[in-house]
Design a binder for this molecule. Structure first.
Ligand code: PHE
Length: 361
């Protein structure tokens, strides 16, 4: 190999080995092996030199060309690897970094209370049943033994829908309570039955403690030989668990509902000393729910034999027990969709209430 070609290769080697990245390397490839590259240009001069020298010089140039191509490929591989290493270092995930703060959303106190009710009654073997908000007159009133003159049937108390449906049929109503789902459940599920029924209810009422749309939870137990002792025990368990007051006293006051006999209203112990409401054994009383033994006529209306099946039912306002437990003073704020209110009274989405993990955190 002639000296000039050896020098050429040495030059190429030092420049290629110093190339810092892929772009610099590509520029070198063009400079040496491109159409006007230094080796290409030397090849073009072969025709002008004497025939006896031409063969050896041609072979030497080919060797130089291969050598430079090899140097380019080797440097390319080194650069590719170090670029990959740099990327791996740059994109590494630091699992010890603290997580980003959770989003600002909260679980609404009504949803939280429904979750708490489900956890407490679930522990007692109840499942959750649901029914439609737009209800037939028969389910909402007639099957529940509610007489024609009952105030809840009046236009001023109930939202009736204008379209009557079938000709001659009474208009549909926005259910005034969750009790119609008692009927739907007894007509579709074979006893024994143990359900709670949370849901939206509607009455034509609007002030600081009444909203035209509110929520109730109903309870229904149907079995053989069920008596008021079961009702009392069940509600006592529930109230003490929900309000988280272990010795919370309960008082059953005789009352009247068309669909239960006997009927009672339940008060829980409280104190109103100093204008501040405190739950517990303090001598004062606060009404929280209605209940009773399911009326035999209601059981019969559902196609069951009241001689064979008995049970109890109860119903209460979800807003009311939520306001009591969490100290929310005005019912209307539940529906104002004010984010500041929700951040104050709302609950963290992943803190699902449970009897073992805690009801409210
Ligand atoms: N449905 C009744 C109401 O809305 C409550 C209730 C339910 C009473 C079940 C007794 C039994 O006032």
């Amino acid at each position: 190999m002639t000296d000039d070609i050896a020098a050429l290769i040495a030059d190429a080697r030092s420049r290629i080995e110093a190339a810092a990245d892929g772009a610099a390397l590509e520029a070198l490839r063009v400079e040496w092996l491109g159409k006007k590259g230094r080796i290409t240009e030397l090849m073009k001069t072969l025709g002008a030199i004497p025939a006896d020298e031409r063969k050896a010089r041609g072979a030497a140039l080919n060797v130089a060309k291969d050598e430079v191509a090899g140097l380019l490929a080797a440097r390319g591989a080194v650069l590719a690897e170090s670029e990959l290493d740099a990327r791996l270092a740059r994109e590494r995930i630091d699992v010890t970094l603290p997580p980003r703060p959770l989003p600002d959303g909260r679980v609404h106190p009504i949803s939280q209370t429904i979750d708490e009710l489900t956890a407490i009654f679930g522990e007692m073997g109840f499942s959750v049943a649901e029914g439609p908000d737009i209800e037939d007159d028969w389910y909402n009133f007639t099957a529940l033994n509610i007489p024609a003159e009952h105030p809840s049937r009046q236009m001023m108390d109930t939202f009736y829908l204008r379209s009557a449906g079938e000709a001659g049929a009474p208009p549909k109503v926005l259910r005034t309570h969750t009790s119609p789902v008692q009927i739907r459940t007894m007509m579709s599920v074979k006893p024994p039955i143990r359900v709670i029924i949370p849901g939206r209810t509607y009455r034509s009422d609007h002030d600081a403690t009444h909203s035209p749309n509110f929520h109730q939870v109903e309870g229904l137990v149907i079995d053989k030989a069920i008596h008021m002792g079961h009702l009392k025990g069940c509600l006592q368990e529930f109230c003490r668990a929900y309000f988280e007051v272990a010795d919370l006293p309960l008082r059953f006051r005789p009352s009247h509902f068309p669909f239960t006999e006997p009927s009672a209203e339940v008060d829980i112990g409280c104190s109103r000393a100093g204008g501040e409401l405190k739950l517990g054994n303090h001598g004062d009383w606060l009404e929280i729910l209605g209940c009773g033994m399911v009326h035999p006529k209601v059981i019969a209306n559902c196609g069951l034999d009241p001689e064979e099946w008995q049970g109890f039912a109860f119903g209460m306002g979800i807003e009311r027990i939520t306001m009591l437990k969490y100290g929310i003073p005005d019912l209307r704020t539940f529906y104002e969709a004010d984010l500041r209110w929700l951040r104050h009274y709302g609950f963290m989405p992943l803190d699902v209430p449970s009897m073992t993990g805690g009801l409210a955190r």
